[in-house]
Design a protein around this ligand. Structure first.
Ligand SMILES: [Cu+2]
Length: 133
């Protein structure tokens, strides 16, 4: 028996083909262990304080408001089908440059606390805010 492992794969695999098996395993798992945590980040390693991840999906930054400590490393993952950037709107405070589909880029958060608006320079309607504390 390997319920934990199966549930794990289920959580990470969203393919329609495994949907039925996924639901079945989920039910078994729920009745089998009442203490199973439903962490949304299960399967990904814990993010340290100094490192933050932003995703880009459906022409949106997720989250749109990114809170980071000063000088933190921010990794930007492009889950979209189009290339994107994460670029400060003022002062050239930070810029990932072009991140191709499926790739990731990174930048270092400013050392000065404050709110920094950013956009995608390719699609300026994409907006977000970096809050440095
Ligand atoms: Cu874009």
């Amino acid at each position: 028996m390997s319920l934990t492992r199966s549930r794990h794969i289920c959580h990470r695999t969203r393919a329609a083909a495994v949907g039925a098996a996924c639901a079945l395993v989920a039910i078994v798992g729920a009745t089998g262990s009442s203490a199973a945590p439903l962490s949304p980040s299960a399967g990904t390693s814990a993010v340290t304080v100094e490192s933050v991840e932003v995703h880009i999906k459906d022409f949106k930054f997720v989250p749109a408001e990114v809170k980071v400590p000063a000088g933190a490393k921010v990794t930007v993952v492009n889950d979209d089908s189009a290339p994107h950037t994460l670029t400060a709107t003022e002062g050239q405070a930070f810029d990932t440059g072009t991140i191709e589909s499926g790739k990731s880029g990174s930048f270092t958060a400013p050392s000065k606390p404050g709110s920094y608006a950013f956009i995608c320079s390719i699609h300026p309607q994409m907006k977000g805010t970096l809050v440095v504390s």
